[in-house]
Each structure stands twice: as structure tokens, then as C-alpha cells.
Design a protein around this ligand. Structure first.
Ligand code: AMP
Length: 285
């Protein structure tokens, strides 16, 4: 496994790979790797000739300095996992390498970014747009792999790729979960044992909402009841629990027949912010 931490060195290597006609798969991560990341890597290894994993905790996508400071880091274990997975190249730039000076370019993704994560984490998606654009320019992937767990992020990246004509196919990989249903996340590492026991309630809530919605329950009363009777009593403080119509990623108040939608949640458990979602497409209806 090759390891690069500077842009010129990795660019030169990528140029050589491109010259040999190799297809490149990119898995962008912020490290503290888990089985969710590995699923993206395995998919890339299946579909491309060279798999690159980037590890960079992107400061400009954090809207809370505390969240950035507390973001888990585990580089030694990450490197071991990546080498065991047979990853070809790891790109680990530091902040100075990625942002030698403050970035002044700004993305405005319009209405998509005014709901859910965009609404609760101002500036977050601008930071994501900047770092993904930079990684795409530096590493020139043919395919790039993102998790469905960050549904709004991957939706926005698809739009970015279309709007700016990046020659990269975006692949969405299904959310990997613990047996309890809890979506794997680097942030889970920060939960106490008690927090870990509570956290599966997020996914249970999504499944319960789905079941009730498909029975025809009114969404707004269902949502209020869940927040007041299930989540808050369990010390889960939601930022949002919303239905999103997938083609425009806009909020809806009830499912629309034959229109795919997602149920999305973000909530604090022990001051740690977790997100999850499930997609409900026609086939399941
Ligand atoms: P992160 O390191 O949290 O920025 O995540 C890097 C990539 O892994 C993103 O595309 C995430 O959506 C994806 N990812 C994180 N957790 C999971 C999971 N449980 N299942 C699938 N993909 C995930």
C-alpha cells in the first residue's frame, strides 16, 4: 500500500496510473474507520483497478469547533485496516497541505442545503463541496464511493458532479449497521455503554415511522408523538425527524403516492450528534 501526504507527489503518481490506463476508485473518509467504510472500499475494489482512500478530517465542514476537536482519530488502526483490505493508495494530507490559505470560493447549493443537515449545520455543505472538489481534482477518480447514511451529502455531491462536469461516477453504498440496527459511525466511538444501548432507538424509530406511514398514519402527529413519547424520555434530543422527497430533496408532510422518499433523523445522544435515514421506494410500498 502506497502512502502519500502531499498533493504534488500523489498527483504525479495518479498521472502515472492514468498513463497506464488504470481506472481509479476513490473513497473519501475522515478516518476512525469502521465496517461502513470497508464496504465502500470493497465496492471500489470490485469495480475499479486502483482503490484510493483519503483520510482527512476536513476542518471547514465542521460548524462546531468542539465537534472538530472531539472527532475520533485512530490512524494506526486505520492504516492496518486499509492494508488488510488491499487498498492500493492512501492519501493523508494535513490541513496545511489542503488549505495553505483560507478558501474564498463558496458553494451555494440552493434549496437542498436549506433543509436538514444544511439547516442545522450552516456552512457544512460548503465545506463538503470544497473538499470533495479538491479531492476529485487531485485524485481524478473514475468512480467515487459515498454512504447512504449521509444521504443529503451524496445527493449534493451528485449535483456538484453534474453542475461542474466532473468526469466521475458517484456510487451510493447502502448503510452498514450493527446487529442492533445502529448505523455504524465514527462518532459511535464517543458513546458511553449506556449511550450505545440507547442509540439503536434511532433506527427503530425510522422503522416504526415507515410502518405507521405505510398504514396511513398522519405524519405530523406521528412525528410529535415519537419525539415526545419515545425519544425525549430516552434522553435523545432530536434536531429533526423529517420526510424528504428524493428527486428534489425537499421536505414533505406526507408520502406522495409513487414518489420515493426518505425518513431522516438527526439527534443528540450524550451530546454526540448522530444521523440516520431509510429510503422508501415504490417497490417497498
Ligand atoms: P466519514 O469518515 O464519516 O466522513 O465517512 C466517509 C464515508 O463513509 C461517507 O461517504 C459516509 O457516508 C460513509 N459511511 C459512514 N458510515 C457509513 C455506514 N454505516 N455505512 C455506509 N457508509 C458509511
Amino acid at each position: 500500500m502506497e502512502k502519500f501526504d502531499t498533493i504534488p507527489a500523489v498527483r504525479q503518481h495518479v498521472k502515472r496510473l492514468k498513463g497506464l490506463g488504470k481506472s481509479i476508485g476513490l473513497v473519501p473518509t475522515m478516518g476512525a474507520l469502521h465496517r461502513g467504510h470497508l464496504e465502500l472500499i470493497r465496492r471500489s475494489k470490485k469495480e475499479t483497478e486502483v482503490t484510493i482512500v483519503s483520510i482527512f478530517v476536513n476542518p471547514i465542514q465542521f460548524n462546531s469547533p468542539e465537534d472538530l476537536a472531539n472527532y475520533p482519530k485512530n490512524l494506526r488502526q486505520d492504516m492496518q485496516m486499509l492494508s488488510e483490505e488491499g487498498v492500493d493508495l492512501v492519501f493523508i494530507p494535513d490541513e496545511q497541505e489542503m488549505y495553505p490559505e483560507a478558501v474564498s470560493t463558496e458553494f451555494d447549493f440552493g434549496p437542498i442545503e436549506q433543509v436538514l443537515e444544511g439547516r442545522f449545520r450552516p456552512g457544512h455543505f460548503n465545506g463538503v463541496g470544497i473538499v470533495v472538489s479538491k479531492l476529485f481534482h487531485i485524485l481524478q477518480p473514475d468512480r467515487a464511493y459515498f454512504g447512504q447514511k449521509d444521504l443529503q451529502q451524496v445527493t449534493l455531491i451528485r449535483k456538484l458532479v453534474k453542475d461542474l462536469s466532473f468526469p466521475t461516477s458517484v456510487v451510493t453504498v447502502a448503510t452498514v449497521r450493527e446487529e442492533s440496527g445502529l448505523a455504524l459511525s465514527s462518532r459511535n466511538l464517543r458513546l458511553s455503554e449506556k449511550g450505545r444501548k440507547i442509540a439503536p432507538l434511532l433506527y427503530e424509530t425510522l422503522l416504526f415511522c415507515k410502518e405507521e406511514l405505510l398504514k396511513g398514519q398522519d405524519w405530523l402527529s406521528l412525528k410529535n408523538e415519537i419525539i415526545e413519547r419515545k425519544l425525549r424520555p430516552a434522553s435523545i434530543e432530536p434536531d429533526y425527524l423529517e420526510l424528504v422527497e428524493l428527486s428534489r430533496f425537499s421536505l414533505i408532510n406526507s408520502p406522495i403516492p409513487h414518489v420515493p422518499f426518505a425518513i431522516c433523523i438527526a439527534a443528540y445522544i450524550e451530546n454526540i450528534r448522530l444521523i440516520d435515514n431509510i429510503v422508501i421506494s415504490e417497490k417497498q410500498n
